[in-house]
Design a protein. Structure first.
Length: 83
């Protein structure tokens, strides 16, 4: 994998993570790095689902955001219970 692919994946992960944090309706006690990691995981998972199903850009993007939003909610709940 080239460095440009890694950088673009990181940028997409940041965008997906930020959208997911906006969509979760409560205060999330997670930091920026965790948000980026969740965004990258959600982006990769959604891209995998979208490409295997043969979906277009918008449906794949929606799936990426949905996966990241669920992950933000789960991780925020786990951090909230731990503190």
């Amino acid at each position: 994998m080239e460095i440009s692919g890694l950088i673009s994946g990181l940028v997409v992960g940041i965008i997906i993570g930020l959208i997911a944090r906006i969509l979760v309706p409560s205060m999330q006690p997670i930091g920026c790095i965790v948000t980026i990691l969740i965004g990258v995981v959600g982006s990769a998972g959604g891209a995998l689902v979208g490409s295997s199903a043969g979906w277009g850009f918008w449906l794949t993007f929606g799936t990426q955001v949905l996966i990241a939003t669920v992950l933000v909610a789960v991780v925020a709940a786990a951090f909230r219970k731990g503190t």
